[in-house]
Ligand binder design. Sequence first.
Ligand SMILES: Cc1ncc(COP(=O)(O)O)c(C=O)c1O
Length: 377
Amino acid sequence: MSAPSVPFDTLPLAIAELRAEIDAALGRVLDRGRLARGPELPAFEAEFAAACNARHCAGVGSGLDALELILRAYGIGPGDEVLVPAHAFVATWLAVSHVGATPVPVEVDPRTYCLAAPSLRDTGLVDALTRRTKALIAADLHGRKVPARQLAPFCREHGLRFVVDACQSHGARAVDGTDRGLMGDAAAYSFHPTANLGGLGDGGAVVSDDAELMDRVRQLRSYGATFDTGSDVRGIHSRLGELDAAVLRVRLRHLDDWNRRRQDLASKYLALLQGQAEVLSPAGDAASCDVWHHFVVRTEHREALVDHLRAAGVETAVHPRVACHQSAAYARQFAGRGLPLAEALAAQCLSLPMSPHHTAEQIGYVGRAVLAFIAGR
Ligand SMILES: Cc1ncc(COP(=O)(O)O)c(C=O)c1O
């Protein structure tokens, strides 16, 4: 089969653009020979905290670990309930399950795919809040910041920890430019290689202003131990390594520029596709989805659109294909529970090619191919 004209994954181009800087960073770490507990991790943690406009950052092994460590550090566990988006990447739910708590799904805002305070009220789950509800995890899905200024008061009012799953929104700012507090009480990041800020393999971070919380996260990520006193609690081992930290320091220097490139490409898609009812574009303008981890359209004819684009040489992806509550991991727990919007979104959403290494010509080509699909129906 010939290579697609527009691939979905452009990671080789991202690496190529930064290859000299990455080689220098890796060489520095290898020359030093300290692959654990060296200076790169604390340096990256300080730089990423500053980039998030936060006081503290702790590097960990993955985004899922970051979410789990936040919940554990808050003491959330068996018998507790955590509100999660019904339309989500499954890791958001898994973190809750891994600490022994129960994920309580809430339908998202159909315009933004994020939890929003009005949608919390619409779903009736406000009434379902119980005294066991301890936290809300809202996810910045596709790179769009959750409406933290709505959600924070909701969480305060109900005594919930407000956790942001920011695994898809590195570098995102509020539309008004002030980003303080947008991370909730604590935020979890993933540094999966294809994230807006990606490392060599798996990695993640917890970011927060809360010094006490971060002390507990640091303890829990390292066996629950301080080496002098042994393990105080039963922690896990979740490390962001020196090589990854060194590469992330390089990538971080380019984050804003690469996010701007994504925004430019999103503007192009939106200009081409806005107003099409058959294939819905993301709501708002290019600035409203901050960092465009994905460019997601929604159509009842998704499989036909996938086939049409594949025939045109365009690779696409689906995130997620199965609603979390219907996935094998959760089907039994949520048997008989209907979440119609989450089910519709899993059946109808499609991610079009989007990365800093797609060209405007490629995006124009994809946009016109979508228009041709609509015209042909
Ligand atoms: C929204 C969201 N949450 C959590 C995760 C989990 O991150 P990781 O793959 O680093 O465990 C991801 C990963 O892509 C994600 O997209």
